[in-house]
Design a protein around this ligand. Structure first.
Ligand code: GDP
Ligand code: ADP
Length: 207
């Protein structure tokens, strides 16, 4: 089992982006994928939450029922899965393999349970935590995004407190980026990934 995962997952080192809901992970990763579309590929997770306006099935997430997701987990199709804010989320083996088959750097947007679980696998990604400047700013950004009910918002803010503490634990993240000014945070993200980006560019130029 482990052997087949290792083989299938050879190639450039993946990148894990984690951090509280509303910290700016999607915003930063969309910027990155736009600037480096031939370098990065997104690991499309499964979730039981409903799509938001503008989100596309198969692009942002695979939107599934709890039954379908549980069956796939029981079948051993997932690398990791977690419960977040009342919904299931998970990374399938296929999601990562699809990106790695194209020799792209696979980006995973996962919560802190996902980070802990990925640490027990042989995926060996670069771990980056995106953090908000403060709880107050995080709450404002989440409210202004207008995607969550009040109940969901409170669940996300509670999870954010735990996540902000988690990001301070030593030896978990290769970089912790505070997303205050977006351009500054984006610059720091690119800096953290520069070595890996250059590797992929070199490989792709010579092939
Ligand atoms: N463990 C795990 N977490 C995930 C996965 N996909 C998304 N998440 C996390 O689930 C949380 C909620 O995601 P989402 O509902 O899209 O809300 P948003 O992060 O506020 O845009 C975020 O912390 C994501 O990083 C996954 O496949 N596995
Ligand atoms: N540096 C920033 N300054 C102000 N607003 C931001 C910044 N980064 C992201 N946002 C906004 O904050 C909200 C949450 O960002 P988002 O990327 O959806 O977070 P996440 O994917 O981590 O949940 C979005 O409405 C986004 O436009």
């Amino acid at each position: 089992m482990r052997d087949s995962i290792t083989k299938a997952m050879a190639g450039p080192r993946p990148v894990v982006l984690s951090g509280p809901s509303g910290a700016g992970k999607s915003t930063l990763l969309k910027k990155l994928m736009k600037e480096y579309d031939s370098v990065f590929g997104f690991s499309v997770s499964h979730t039981t939450r409903n799509p938001r306006p503008g989100e596309e099935n198969g692009k942002d997430y695979h939107y599934v029922t709890r039954e379908v997701m549980q069956r796939a987990i029981d079948n051993g199709e997932f690398i990791e899965n977690a419960e977040f804010s009342g919904n299931m989320y998970g990374t399938s083996k296929a999601a990562v393999q699809d990106v790695q088959a194209k020799n792209l750097i696979c980006i995973l947007d996962i919560d802190m349970q996902g980070v802990r679980n990925i640490k027990t696998t042989d995926l060996n990604p670069i771990y980056i935590s995106i953090q908000p400047p403060s709880m107050e700013i995080l709450e404002k950004r989440l409210r202004d995004r207008k995607t969550e009910s009040e109940e969901n918002l409170q669940k996300r803010l509670n999870a954010a407190k735990v996540d902000m503490e988690f990001s301070k634990e030593p030896d978990i993240f290769d970089a912790v980026i505070v997303n205050d000014n977006l351009e500054d945070a984006y610059g720091q993200l690119k800096h953290a990934l520069l070595e890996e980006i250059n590797k992929v560019k070199k490989i792709n130029m010579s092939s």
